[in-house]
Design a protein around this ligand. Sequence first.
Ligand SMILES: [Zn+2]
Length: 356
Amino acid sequence: MDWGQRNFKSRLVVAGGKMVNIFLSNIRIQDLFGKVVDFKGPMNGGKSKGVYNELKRANYSGFGFLAVNSALNSRDGANISIDGGREGSIRALSAMRAGEIREHFIAARDLVARSRGRTVDYQGLTLRTDLPLKVVAMDEKNLFCLDELAAAETLEFLQWAKSEGLYTVTSGLEFDFRQEAFAHVRASYRATSFNINVDPVCQALVEEQVCGSAAIHSQRIWSRAHLQRLGLGEFIKEDFGHANKAHEKLFSGHVAAPYFDKTVYLEDEANGSVGYIPVCDSCSELPFKEKTHDLYAQFRGGLDEAAVAVIRAKGALENGIVDFLLNQDEGWVRNDGGLFVPVSYHKNRIGTFSRV
Ligand SMILES: [Zn+2]
């Protein structure tokens, strides 16, 4: 990256939030060919809106696009939606891996090039044949980076799109609800030309008013019913007051989800009992983060079944944390022939960490 680009990039980032799009719209679409623009920020913060605006702008500039969402995102289905479709929606394909996006793009581009009518159908998407297919969008990029191989495939796809001279627009989370790197998504950033931080308004209530600071975290909240179902009602008493998408203040009914909650909930699995709100650093809450790390530290030298049973017997909270630490999907503690020890990691080829 030369200095001109570097200065330009910092201007984009400093502007923050929605202002950034004004800067981005000053760059012609054709000047973004061979570039990757990534919108990143907390959940429900307007990342998809950034993608949506760029795709609309591509059409107005005389170019066609192909939009792809993760097949794991059952909330929006095969769409890139703003506020669940209330403020706009663009039809998209669903894919599990980035390699599929590349195959779809090549097939759709060929179809557009050889079709005679004004529009052509590609797997349910209506593509204009008079607009050359030059833009590709990948929503929920973090869900295409859940393991090392998937992230390597995503990186490869982005590099391919650049070499093909496409304008690639991506969006996704950089961090999970624990404010830790979301799986292997960071490996994809080396292919990004411009990172655009979308910082929405913190929706937590402070002294009965919306906080209003720039939000940088995804606060996970549980409904009280979910808290009771998990038997943790006595441990998290304080409500997490916040404003919902309709800007209504909710003073009760939800709590901050504990640090030891599972990392990934799929939308239908969450079923209204788990939600996210954008919050600033001072409003964010991660109950039992210290306690989880204290219990984890006890596994460093290895614990046998009997020692684990002693911890579990202390109560529902300890039992819940041990369940989390021992969950194979989470990667904290493994059973090594009857001895419970920390999972070991090695540095991998894409610059993240994989289990040994
Ligand atoms: Zn705040």
